[in-house]
Ligand binder design. Structure first.
Ligand SMILES: [Fe+2]
Ligand SMILES: [Fe+2]
Length: 137
């Protein structure tokens, strides 16, 4: 099997909010855990996938609250991206539960890549605003 890359959080990905950075690190951790479980056999993937979607929902809520507080101009677009992703993950979980779909390398890569690229690009945009608003206090 090809080498499945894990994702790592680095300081340059900060969004200038300690709690949200902590949540991002945790998200990466759960994603890596899912990859570990996948590689060691299918057994516990489902629970970890559920843990991931649960944590994502919590995180998106916290993030949206912060974005709202600072009147982030691209709030609507960002919230839409969150919602679409959650819907997609729920779809996988639904199909998985019904036995129509197993977790595949493609699904796993999709999840990992979305989480990584969203966190290290789109999230940094509200992070810039957060940094400015903190500086001016
Ligand atoms: Fe985020
Ligand atoms: Fe986000």
């Amino acid at each position: 099997m090809e080498n499945f890359e894990r994702i790592n959080w680095e300081a340059k990905y900060t969004v200038h909010d300690e709690e949200l950075d902590r949540q991002h690190r945790k998200l990466f951790e759960i994603t890596n855990k899912l990859i570990d479980k996948y590689e060691s056999g299918f057994d516990e993937c489902f629970n970890t996938l559920k843990e991931l979607v649960g944590y994502l929902s919590e995180h998106f809520k916290s993030e949206q609250l912060v974005m709202m507080k600072i009147n982030y101009w691209a709030y609507d677009r960002h919230e839409k991206e969150h919602k679409q992703f959650i819907d997609k993950v729920q779809e996988f979980i639904g199909a998985y539960q019904k036995g129509q779909q197993n977790l595949t390398v493609d699904i796993l890569k999709f999840l990992r890549d979305w989480i990584f690229s969203h966190t290290t690009s789109l999230d940094l945009k509200y992070g810039e605003l957060l940094q400015i608003s903190k500086r001016s206090k």
